[in-house]
Design a protein around this ligand. Structure first.
Ligand SMILES: *[C@@H]1O[C@H](CO)[C@@H](O)[C@H](O)[C@H]1NC(C)=O
Ligand SMILES: *[C@@H]1O[C@H](CO)[C@@H](O)[C@H](O)[C@H]1NC(C)=O
Ligand SMILES: *[C@@H]1O[C@H](CO)[C@@H](O)[C@H](O)[C@H]1NC(C)=O
Ligand SMILES: *[C@@H]1O[C@H](CO)[C@@H](O)[C@H](O)[C@H]1NC(C)=O
Ligand SMILES: *[C@@H]1O[C@H](CO)[C@@H](O)[C@H](O)[C@H]1NC(C)=O
Ligand SMILES: *[C@@H]1O[C@H](CO)[C@@H](O)[C@H](O)[C@H]1NC(C)=O
Ligand SMILES: *[C@@H]1O[C@H](CO)[C@@H](O)[C@H](O)[C@H]1NC(C)=O
Ligand SMILES: *[C@@H]1O[C@H](CO)[C@@H](O)[C@H](O)[C@H]1NC(C)=O
Length: 912
């Protein structure tokens, strides 16, 4: 795909002539006197009148083509009106103004046709100098198409219209049309047009394909040694022929004035043997021959019998084209002649002719990924440099501040934006420059934290952030990566040079003296506490509190980075928890009145239920704060809810039995005679469904984050199915039941409907859209029903759409025709803007499809799903090696709070 393809071809139209017409004609269908037909289908058209005021537009009176201002296609150049003396009654409006480019060597228009890359387009640029700058200086400049030189524009007359046309199949969605200053005065442009052609025409290598284009411009042509003849009839067969030629073009023809002579024409061309030329000649008899024969042969240069004999039918067009390329003779001419055959009673005739030149380009462009990233950086910071066209190629026009590798497909290896007037945060787009080795952002006005992603950027060697206004502390990982002095951070007054400096400055100093003493004392205390806890646990089976102690000890020792103590405690805690688990009654029923928190405590925790944060099946959920400032979610059972106390107790019972980092953690409950309350860990990022409906670009989950969430949720479900004995079926798996923590770790919640596989009732419960259709028809509910629901969640993650798409279409039904078409980009959430590894995406789609198979038998087990999703994640990570780190939580406070929670769950073994 990108990068690999190095050969593209272009056709430059040399001449399209219609013989003996009195005016310029374009188009195919209408044969009245209108010189350019009204185009019914302008969809594939871009028509730009260069130099008119921003946002203005008009419809050309003659052609009814809609012209717009060029302001949205280019952001450099100056608008001018041509001088009054060059404007006549018949001057087209689009020639009355120009955009001129006194600044910059290369200025580019970026055209983005709706149909995108790999389609055939006719691109046409027109120029009329008209002394717009009152200097009477006729310029010579070059046109480039992307990185390839297209042609030279040599303006030799101020009132002439110069037209350059090319048929092009771009390999990228953007087509850059660039004007390059050759130091021969100022480049300018009057009109720029793009027309989509039918992909099957003008294929010189397969000339059998016949069709026609829209909006060709035919130039009338005559010569003193020619006679013109015309037909009073305009035959509809002209336009219904293979080439759909305009009737008015074909109704006129030329013959030699001297009937016995041949008809001749020659074109001056470069004598470049690599030049490939193709011609198309169109013939139709315009006179009623009354039985006479008109027959002739066609010769090209010295080839006397290149084609023929041809005997055109009355009012019926026939086209002769060159099957193979032709090249010029040594006289730099390409000459054609039509010679009557011996039996012909009339001289030859010709109605229209086209000649094309093929340009083959072997130069490739900069890696698309880098082009996209640098363009995002350009627009993100509104970079004011003349950054246009391809960033790396051609080398002489490389963007200012860039260094590129010069492989077959160049990549950006160094970026210098020093003193570039940048402001705002450091954008994650930098990360997409996968080959970048040196980044200089010094002396700008960048604010916000130093992102941690710099540490995970394998290629990056030097980073210069001197002279900005960055805040927060520098992540340890970043300091470590650049410890050999390749990181410059000076002159950032509000930046802490290391993680521990913020809010811990005093402690740090103390540590030098107190660390050994403090750790010894604390470790002794903690060991004592642990032993005591162990004893208590054996009696009371109040596990959670013990866990709390572990967490604290971890957090303390981790922060001191004492791996030795850490490992000791891992071992101890493992031992303790294993014992706790085995000693705990297998099915500890939740007794009424068995409160870990009293109701008045709950009132205190929630500050009298003043911050509702959501609504579950049981009733309202409130935000609460424990004495140690931990935030919790407090679920209060409402008697009016649709789930009875049974479901409430089921959830509490289940959650006291199962523990996994990807299941929401129950902190406590209260179940006295009148109130039922469950207290959970609080997850600050809401649920997956909310997150997937984010509209702000900054809130949209990227592909890696989505895969991580999928892996997390799959882990949680796999644990319920395979880690618990007897297995537990969740029965209400859906995106709104997947909660996300600050660091986007996914946790499954809402176990109100969950059941042991043994105590499953056959009453079908679940949510429409996620509910297993097989179960619905057979009532046979098992783990595979969860797998189905999980597949739907995966499809939501992939496509960014809801399980039931507005209009009542089920997501599985919506996605399957797209899969058949094989276009991953139309399947994956468009908000990702194509920023994902396609292999990884395909594999994820395959997993989702396997999960939503119609029968449980066909669906994979969750353990397979976990393994496969991990592979998807690895593919994605490997493909970019570096990824944006979610969020900017680099404060030390966050570090202490989150790390132990994550760790603690790793040492808690599966319940059994
Ligand atoms: C040409 O044909 C179009 C549509 O058939 C018509 O609107 C227009 O007036 C015609 N022009 C002339 C000059 O007859
Ligand atoms: C060109 O002329 C139009 C009116 O004919 C005027 O409105 C416009 O401002 C002129 N543009 C320039 C760049 O002088
Ligand atoms: C431009 O055209 C003029 C007149 O045809 C010719 O003399 C001159 O050499 C051309 N210049 C270039 C650079 O092609
Ligand atoms: C292109 O031409 C072919 C053959 O005439 C036709 O089948 C096809 O529909 C055309 N495509 C478009 C986009 O017009
Ligand atoms: C065709 O030729 C006749 C004279 O023979 C002339 O009056 C008429 O204008 C011509 N038509 C065109 C379209 O050139
Ligand atoms: C930097 O940005 C801040 C906030 O936008 C602004 O107040 C300040 O003037 C800027 N400084 C420079 C040197 O541009
Ligand atoms: C960072 O940039 C400043 C100014 O551009 C320069 O003086 C310094 O040497 C650079 N440091 C590195 C490590 O490139
Ligand atoms: C740096 O940013 C702070 C706010 O974050 C602002 O108050 C201060 O003026 C900025 N300093 C400069 C030099 O722009």
């Amino acid at each position: 795909m990108d990068g690999g393809l190095t050969l593209t071809w272009l056709i430059v139209l040399l001449v399209i002539i219609s013989l003996h017409n009195s005016r310029w004609v374009s188009g195919t269908l209408h044969a009245n006197q209108s010189s350019r037909r009204k185009l019914e289908m302008e969809e594939g058209f871009i028509s730009i009148d260069c130099g008119i005021a921003m946002d203005s537009y008009y419809t050309d009176g003659e052609t009814e083509i809609h012209y717009t201002s060029d302001a949205e296609f280019i952001n450099t150049g100056i608008n001018y009106n041509v001088s009054m003396e060059y404007i006549h009654e018949y001057t087209n409006q689009h020639l009355m103004n120009v955009r001129s480019f006194p600044e910059g060597v290369r200025n580019c228009y970026t055209l983005r046709p709706r149909q995108g890359k790999n389609h055939k387009y006719l691109i046409r640029a027109r120029f009329m100098y008209g002394n717009y700058d009152s200097k009477n200086q006729l310029p010579i400049f070059k046109l480039y198409l992307g990185v390839d030189e297209w042609t030279t524009v040599n303006i030799t007359d101020a009132s002439s219209i110069y037209r350059k046309e090319i048929i092009h199949i771009p390999i990228t969605d953007d087509i850059d049309v660039c004007l390059v200053n050759t130091h021969s005065r100022t480049p300018f442009i009057s009109v720029l047009e793009l027309r989509q052609l039918n992909d099957s025409i003008y294929r010189p290598t397969e000339p059998g394909e016949k069709d026609d284009v829209y909006d060709r411009i035919w130039k009338p042509f005559t010569w003193s040694s020619w006679l013109s003849i015309n037909s009073s009839l305009v035959s509809s067969s002209f336009s219904t022929s293979d080439y759909k030629l305009p009737g008015i073009v074909m109704a006129t023809a030329a013959t030699p004035a001297n009937e016995s002579e041949s008809w001749r024409i020659s074109l001056g061309i470069d004598n470049d043997p690599s030049q490939k030329l193709y011609m198309y000649m169109h013939f139709a008899e315009v006179a009623d021959l009354k039985g006479q024969i008109r027959e002739f042969t066609i010769s090209v240069n010295d080839d006397e019998s290149y084609a023929g004999p041809v005997a055109p039918g009355y009012l019926f067009s026939v086209t002769v084209y060159s099957k193979y390329s032709m090249s010029g003779s040594t006289t730099k001419k390409l000459s054609f002649s039509l010679k009557r055959t011996n039996r012909s009673m009339l001289p030859p005739i010709i109605n229209a002719m086209e000649v094309y030149m093929i340009k083959e380009f072997s130069q490739s462009s900069t890696q698309q990924n880098d082009v996209d990233a640098i363009k995002r950086i350009k627009s993100g910071y509104a970079v004011s440099r003349n950054w246009q066209g391809d960033p790396c190629l051609p080398m002489e026009y490389q963007w200012d501040g860039l260094t590129c590798s010069h492989d077959t497909s160049p990549a950006i290896i160094s970026l210098n934006l020093s003193s570039g007037n940048l402001s705002g945060n450091i954008l994650p787009s930098f990360l997409s420059l996968k080959s970048l080795q040196n980044l200089d952002l010094s002396y700008n006005n960048l604010t916000g934290p130093v992102p941690e992603f710099f540490a995970d950027w394998p290629s990056l060697r030097t980073l210069n952030l001197t002279g900005n206004n960055l805040t927060g502390s520098v992540p340890q990982a970043v300091t470590d990566k650049f410890k050999d002095g390749t990181l410059s951070l000076g002159e950032n007054p509000n930046l802490c040079p290391s993680v521990s400096c913020q809010g811990q400055k005093k402690k740090k100093k103390k540590n030098k003296f107190f660390v050994p003493v403090l750790t010894s004392i604390l470790s002794a205390i903690v060991i004592l506490v642990l032993i005591a806890a162990l004893a208590i646990i054996r009696k009371l089976t109040k596990r959670r509190e013990t866990k709390g102690i572990f967490f604290l000890s971890f957090s303390f020792f981790l922060s001191e980075d004492l791996t030795f103590y850490y490992s000791i405690f891992v071992v101890i805690s493992l031992a303790t928890t294993i014992e706790t688990v085995t000693e705990r009654p297998k099915e500890g029923p939740l007794k009424s009145g068995n409160c870990e928190f009293t109701y008045s405590e709950v009132v205190g925790i929630t500050n009298n239920f003043n911050r509702p944060i959501g609504r579950g099946g049981f009733g309202e959920v409130y935000l609460g704060t424990l004495a140690d400032d931990t935030q919790v979610a407090v679920k209060v059972h409402s008697p009016s809810s649709n789930q009875g106390p049974k479901a409430f107790r089921a959830e509490a019972k289940l959650l006291t039995r199962v523990h996994h980092k990807n299941l929401v953690r129950l902190i406590g409950y209260c179940d006295d005679s009148t109130n039922m309350v469950l207290i959970y860990e609080y997850t600050s990022n809401g649920n997956l469904q909310q997150k997937l409906s984010a509209r702000e670009a900054a809130d949209v989950l990227n592909w890696k984050q989505r895969l991580q969430i999928a892996v997390d949720a799959a882990h949680g479900l796999e644990y319920l199915h395979n880690g618990c004995k007897p297995p537990i079926v969740h029965r209400d798996m859906k995106s709104s039941n997947i909660l996300l923590t600050e660091s986007l770790q996914a946790k499954i919640s809402d176990f109100g409907m969950s059941r042991d596989i043994q105590s499953l009732s056959t009453d079908p419960v679940g949510t429409p859209g996620y509910f297993d259709p097989e179960c619905q028809s057979t009532g046979n509910l098992n783990e595979k029903s969860d797998v189905y629901s999980f597949g739907i969640v995966l499809l939501e993650l992939i496509t960014g759409r809801r399980a039931i798409i507005p209009g009542g279409i089920h997501i599985a039904g919506w996605v399957s025709p797209m899969i058949e078409r094989g276009d991953i980009r139309s399947i994956v959430d468009p908000r990702l803007q194509g920023d994902f590894n396609t292999n990884s995406a395909w594999k994820t789609v395959e997993i989702a499809l396997a999960c939503v198979a119609s029968t449980g038998m066909q669906r994979p087990d969750m353990s397979h799903v976990v393994v496969n999703l991990k592979e998807c994640l690895e593919t994605e990570v490997a493909s970019r090696r570096i990824q944006r780190v979610g969020g900017h939580s680099i404060g030390s406070g966050n570090f202490l709070e989150n790390a132990p929670l994550v760790l603690s769950t790793e040492v808690v073994p599966h319940a059994r």
